[in-house]
Ligand binder design. Structure first.
Ligand code: HEC
Length: 158
């Protein structure tokens, strides 16, 4: 009889314990759910992109450190209607190969065939292109998103 009582008590304690554990978890879940949603955005760092843009002088040499370009010769990357409306694919292709035919930026025509050879000579890796483009898309007032190495690789034709 004592043994049965002991077993009964043991099972009882275990059941109560299990039930209370479940409750605690539920309570914890509720506490998390009821907290106001705070979106923690990682701080984007375009330092390397800036260094590549300016340091190797590949882009800044023509488009200037300010991204303003030289009207009529090198188009602007700041407040550029081209950049603001182009697809990511077009931006990546332009950065990798330049344009073969003239393009119009903010109403001014720029000759094609100028940029491609200059950039090709530097032989930038996909990741370097990512850093440069993300710097360009998020500098001088631009707020145009980011690209990934996979997207760069998809546009390479060589
Ligand atoms: C030798 C000068 C030169 C260099 C170096 C150069 N560009 Fe360009 N870029 C141009 C010219 C000229 C155009 C007009 C079309 C063309 O020739 O490709 C242009 C067009 C562009 C455009 C599209 C038009 C616009 O202004 O929005 C983008 C974007 C661009 N360049 C980004 C870059 C980036 C990023 C680099 C560095 C990896 C770079 N360029 C290096 C001369 C240059």
């Amino acid at each position: 009889m004592k043994r049965t009582l002991f077993l009964f008590m043991t099972v009882f304690v275990m059941v109560v314990f299990a039930a209370s554990c479940g409750n605690t978890e539920e309570a914890a879940d509720e506490a998390v759910e009821s907290e106001p949603e705070v979106e923690v955005k990682p701080v984007a760092d375009y330092t390397l992109g800036g260094e590549l843009y300016a340091g190797k002088s590949i882009c800044a040499g023509c488009h200037q450190a300010s991204g303003e370009g030289v009207t009529g010769t090198f188009p602007p990357l700041a407040n550029s209607d081209y950049l603001n409306s182009a697809s990511k694919e077009d931006i990546i292709r332009q950065t990798l190969y330049g344009a073969a035919t003239p393009i119009i930026v903010n109403g001014t025509e720029y000759p094609g065939g100028v940029m491609g050879a200059a950039v090709a000579a530097i032989e930038l890796s996909d990741q370097e292109i990512v850093e440069i483009i993300n710097y360009m898309l998020n500098s001088w007032g631009n707020d145009l998103g980011t690209v990934s190495a996979k997207e760069i690789a998809a546009q390479r034709v060589d």
